[in-house]
Design a protein around this ligand. Structure first.
Ligand SMILES: C[S@@+](CC[C@H](N)C(=O)[O-])C[C@H]1O[C@@H](n2cnc3c(N)ncnc32)[C@H](O)[C@@H]1O
Length: 359
């Protein structure tokens, strides 16, 4: 992360028109644009944040990408947690150096990278992912960023409900972070793993998932202070007297739900609320969340909550295998050490399309 650029480093080049290109420095490598060439050897040895000149005399600023730049440009198999939400998760879940944190699912590993940074070398991250391909994509991305699999990271393949109790002892975990379609299915298993006072945080994309998650947390009786929020970040254009909000922004990513684990056996005192028009019955709730309605009236949860029903696109196995190969190649280009047995055959193409034009 510090010192002069070396082979294997990722470098973000900002060209004359402000366009970003992310490259990996390799021996004999060259960065080509239609305006000229920069041999990678010209960048190696220079301090971070230096200016390099291409064969046509044009200047490029060379910077090491920040973690947020890295996650936005790394190959993905599933939608990632954006840096603005990862930052909120670290704060709202109170992730601290030395914390023992459980995370599920892992998807592309974006949130894992933020959590690993938050827990530091004295902490431990236990990640769970039910699909093999995502576990491999996340591993390759973590290796691409860190150089190897961090010693304090355990990635288990399996459904969190079944796998968590086999990996973490009851009450041994400080924080549980859920980013999955149906986090309410995992509330009980998260409660079992959490130490009293521990934090559960769930990231969900839709209002219906948000409502379902909060209601389940309340019903479980194991938590206090269920709270929900979303984070909108609006960039600003600041130039001379033209100071105004950016015209474009990422309007919606997801909602965060947090709650504190009660000590086992603790029963929350009833809140003395004034009766209001918003009081509702079980049947009312059932009309909004069918699988929470009166017993017998509800279809099974899995039938209601599908990726398609909440507007997610599911990925075929074939597409995911391709993503695994791309991500592993990405890790290799950076000189990362993939765990034995995870090295797939080299892909035909090594330049996954990335939002910043990374190559
Ligand atoms: C949106 S992705 C997670 C993205 C990830 N947080 C990131 O930032 O890259 C959701 C993942 O959760 C996994 N998943 C869903 N339900 C799960 C469960 N019960 N146990 C383990 N993994 C689960 C899915 O396979 C999927 O890979």
């Amino acid at each position: 992360m510090r010192g002069p650029f070396q082979y294997g480093d990722r470098v973000q080049l900002t060209g004359p028109k402000g366009r970003l290109n992310t490259i990996t420095l390799v021996r004999e490598g060259e960065f080509h644009s239609h305006r000229g060439v920069i041999p990678h050897a010209e960048i190696v040895g220079r301090p971070d944040a230096s200016v390099v000149v291409n064969s046509s005399g044009e200047e490029y600023l060379a910077l090491r990408p920040l973690l947020s730049d890295f996650v936005m440009s790394m190959p993905r198999g599933a939608a990632i947690v954006y840096p603005k939400d990862a930052a909120q998760i670290l704060s709202l879940a109170d992730i601290f150096p030395g914390a023992r944190v459980v995370e599920a699912g892992v998807g592309s590993g974006a949130l894992s990278l933020h959590l690993l940074r938050g827990v530091g070398s004295d902490g431990a991250l236990f990640s769970f992912e039910r699909r093999d391909e995502f576990a491999e994509i996340a591993t390759a991305n973590v290796v691409a960023f860190s150089g190897s699999v961090p010693e304090n990271w355990t990635l288990s393949v399996g459904d969190l409900q079944e796998t968590l109790p086999t990996v973490c002892a009851p009450g041994s975990i400080d924080r549980v972070v859920l980013d999955m379609l149906a986090p309410w299915e995992c509330v009980d298993v998260a409660a079992e793993a959490l130490a009293p006072g521990g934090v559960l945080i769930c990231y969900v994309a839709t209002v219906t998932q948000l409502s379902r998650t909060v209601e389940q947390i309340r019903r479980s009786g194991g938590f206090a202070h269920a709270q929900a929020s979303e984070t909108l970040v609006r960039g600003w254009h600041v130039e001379g007297l033209a100071v105004r909000p950016d015209h474009r922004m990422v309007a919606h990513t997801g909602f965060l739900v947090t709650a504190r684990r009660l000590a086992p056996g603790t029963v929350l005192p009833e809140l003395k609320r004034r009766a209001s028009k918003s009081d509702f019955s079980e049947a009312d709730l059932g009309s909004w969340l069918p699988d929470l309605g009166p017993e017998g009236a509800a279809p099974a949860s899995a039938e209601v909550w599908t990726p398609e029903a909440v507007g997610e696109r599911s990925k075929s196995d074939k597409v995911l295998r391709k993503k695994v190969r791309e991500t592993q190649q990405f890790a290799r280009e950076r000189g990362g050490e993939l765990p034995a047995g995870e090295a797939e055959e080299r892909p035909e193409r090594a330049d996954p399309a990335r939002p910043d034009g990374a190559a």
